[in-house]
Design a protein around this ligand. Structure first.
Ligand code: ATP
Length: 441
């Protein structure tokens, strides 16, 4: 199956209420996006499933939720103040800005077409700076975190003490990160404000290779669970010259986005870089003592780092399906179906009375009220039933429940499966059991 274009996905996202341009009534704000009613459900489901799988689902993991604004010394110690930079070039003619490592510097400016107008690359720090307190002076400069990871390193001794975990174990966190990207773009792929799901997994230095492979496998398992197409995912072994300042090995999981193969997730071996630096800068001993062997060492770290927004984009691109479907009059129609895994679908069940007649509404409303105590269920009575099925297909709702005039007598409804379009007659009293059995978690 070929991939939909970005325009198709962006359009569906906007018109169906997944993702809207941010600050739209004021003309927008470059590359900022807001998640609408369906987008926030999809995003929350992604985060919830990730947490369920990697925090609740494993006895060697705990979670935490650190502050976005941290003591600026954190960024000094981690190396972000010095190294979290991108090489910036600017066209002297039209002032368009580029990342020097993403373009051919010998070519003319892509915007104005002039040759030899690009400045020399200059390092540009991507951290957003702001001020804490009422005075805008350097003493009060603070930064919005560019990654969630550092709070985990800084809190390591407290988590270790309170959680009673022993190495190997990991700490997970989900939260916003901010980067003043030179060239944001491609919808929600690269934005200046985004969300990450990160794990710092602490290991004995001798074990890093084995645990690295374990996490690589886990990431593929997660990708599979999300319905992200395996054939569009590739491992990229980052060469030494491209490694981040903290990493000794990084494998990127790249995805074939419509605009080209690009990073979806990163898996990095961060060595003992972070804990060592924080020990040095804070004066606190961040080493670990093995209670069995008595060995004292600074733990090494494997970091699976996942973008929530890029996950959502890859999930939408993978779920998008166009199919031929029969029409009521015997013809053939095209239908668009978002084949989300049930666990990620924003709405699990739509309850649709065949018409707006009050007697059907009286049966349908109690059904949706009951089902929505267990699942995210929606009620919709406008437009023809055919169009309502198409809308539910397009937003990926696994099941539609239709209340018709027979329901008044047989106390049963029609349940339609999103993927097979097969319809079954189910007694109203058995609906909950039916969905417990058929909705996959
Ligand atoms: P890139 O090379 O695309 O700039 P990166 O290597 O800087 O990404 P990491 O620092 O490894 O990214 O961040 C971990 C994850 O966070 C990425 O794999 C991606 O999913 C997500 N991410 C990073 N930057 C952005 C961004 N600007 N917008 C959305 N998601 C992002």
């Amino acid at each position: 199956m070929s991939q939909p274009s970005m325009d198709t996905i962006v359009n569906l996202a906007k018109t169906r209420g997944f993702v809207f341009p941010g600050s739209d009534i004021y003309g927008g704000l470059a590359n900022s996006w807001d998640y609408g009613p369906l987008g926030v459900e999809l995003k929350n489901n992604i985060k919830h499933e990730w947490w369920k799988r990697f925090v609740h689902g494993r006895i060697d993991m705990v979670g935490q939720d650190g502050a976005i604004i941290m003591n600026p010394k954190v960024w000094e110690a981690s190396g972000h103040l010095e190294n979290f930079t991108d090489p910036l070039v600017e066209c002297k003619n039209c002032h368009e800005r580029y990342r020097a490592d993403q373009i051919d510097l010998t070519k003319p400016c892509a915007k104005c077409g002039k040759s030899e107008t690009l400045t020399e690359p200059a390092s540009f720090n991507m951290m957003f700076k702001t001020f804490m307190g009422p005075k805008e002076e350097s003493a009060s400069t603070v930064y919005l975190r560019p990654e969630t990871a550092q709070a985990i390193f800084v809190d390591f001794p407290q988590v270790l003490m309170t959680s009673r975990k022993r190495i190997p174990f990991g700490i997970a966190q989900i939260g916003k990160a901010f980067r003043n990207e030179i060239t944001p773009g491609n919808f929600i792929f690269r934005t200046r404000e985004f969300e990450q799901m990160e794990i710092e997994y602490f290991v004995h230095p001798d074990d890093w290779k084995e645990k690295f492979e374990m996490w690589l496998k886990e990431l593929h398992g997660w990708i599979d669970f999300c319905g992200i197409k395996k054939e569009w995912v590739h491992e990229y072994e980052t060469p030494g010259s491209e490694l981040a300042h903290y990493s000794e090995r990084t494998v990127d999981l790249e995805f074939d986005f419509p605009f080209g193969k690009s990073e979806l997730y990163g898996l990095a071996y961060r060595t003992d870089h972070d804990l060592k630096k924080h020990s040095e800068y804070s004066g606190r001993d961040l080493s670990y003592t093995d209670t069995v062997t008595g060995e004292k060492y600074i733990p090494h770290v494997i970091e699976p780092s996942l973008g929530v927004d890029r996950t959502l984009l890859a999930v939408m691109l993978s779920a998008y399906t166009e199919e031929e479907a029969p029409t009521a009059d015997g013809g053939v129609d095209k239908r668009v179906v978002m084949k989300f895994p049930h666990a990620l679908a924003p709405i699990k069940i739509a309850v649709l009375p065949l018409s707006k007649k009050p007697e059907l509404r009286d049966v349908a409303l109690p059904i949706v009220e009951k089902l929505s105590k267990k699942w995210n269920a929606e009620y919709d009575e406008t437009q023809s039933i055919g169009r309502r099925y198409r809308r539910q297909d397009e937003i990926g709702t696994p099941y539609c429940v239709t209340v018709d005039f027979d329901s008044l007598n047989d106390h049963a409804v029609t349940v339609r499966d999103r993927d097979t379009m097969v319809q079954e007659r189910i007694a109203i009293g058995e609906l909950e059991d039916y969905f417990f059995k058929n909705l996959k978690s």
